[in-house]
Design a protein around this ligand. Sequence first.
Ligand code: MTE
Ligand code: MO
Length: 355
Amino acid sequence: MTDPHGDRPSDSRPRLPPGQQLVARDKWPFVGERVCLPAQGPWTLEICGQVNSPYRIDLNQLREFPQTRIVTDIHCVTRWSKFDAVFGGVLLAELLERAGVKPDASYVSFVARTERRHSSSLPLPAALSLGALLATSFDDKHLADEHGGPLRCIVPGKYFYKSVKWVERIELLAADRPGYWEAEAGYHNGADPWLEQRYIASRIDRREAARLIASRNFSGLDLQGLDASHRDLRELSAGDAKLRNASFQGADLSGANFSGANLSNASFRFAKLAGAHLCNADLEGADFAAADLENADLRGSSLFGASFGDVKLPDRVMENGARIDPTTLIEIESLEKLVPEQLEYVLGCLRERET
Ligand SMILES: Nc1nc2c(c(=O)[nH]1)N[C@H]1C(S)=C(S)[C@@H](COP(=O)(O)O)O[C@H]1N2
Ligand SMILES: [Mo]
């Protein structure tokens, strides 16, 4: 059995990577694709590409390989983490040993049996040193279909998007072939949670950014990763803008319009958002610690993994709580996507004046 905390860089560092929050102990959210293609016959796994002897096996043959059980921490890029997940299966290293790796194999791509042929890739040395596992069990039981059963990859120590569900092919490559999230959705190809390698940084240069901030008009623009911290952006127009991973830390956004904008993982720490329109915005993983949300409108927004304060371990005490009160418009149903401490905090604020 591997070191349960093997994905931690060292024992002196905290166990929860920066910007992450813990889900309830018995919870494991579903993210991304929900189903694989219907199986025609038994599930098979193919090992191919830059190997000496490509082969294909079914799950019974997979069980003949040495079995490994790991305890690892899951860190999703949408800011939830889950400690001590137990997976059982076969190490990538074991599967490759049988195939024989060719000298020019530098990357490994895991390909899913799903409609979009979902995939993700890693440098081969990283995949091996992290102990990538082809898992068939979770908590010593069959891996559920929705979580990638019967066979998924687990890459300890990377954001969970590197852990492909429903793997049917492991392909060794001479040159990298970025996966679905990395190529299509701007996810960082490094995916190191300790370095917060979440998304590719914005491509615009600093002068262009300065011009845009002065114009206070971001409507419909792609400004992923924009740094607008501490700016005066009162009454900003940012409807439908793509602002994933942007920083608005300490900015004045009073009366700003972000309707329909993509603000996933954006930081609004200490920002003024009084009267701001965040309706129908994607706020997944957004950080509102210490933000002022009086009279703000968050109706119809998606709040999966969003946070409204810092939950301090080990006692899970709330610090830097956002200013939320009954004038803040939030649909109660949208709050079920929050972790328990966040949910409790927001509900408490919304009830403030009734009690
Ligand atoms: N085939 C496939 N694998 C995938 C994804 C996907 O959309 N399709 N999403 C990834 C992402 S972003 C995450 S966080 C995890 C989620 O796994 P879970 O649904 O079991 O929590 O699967 C990863 N593997
Ligand atoms: Mo993810």
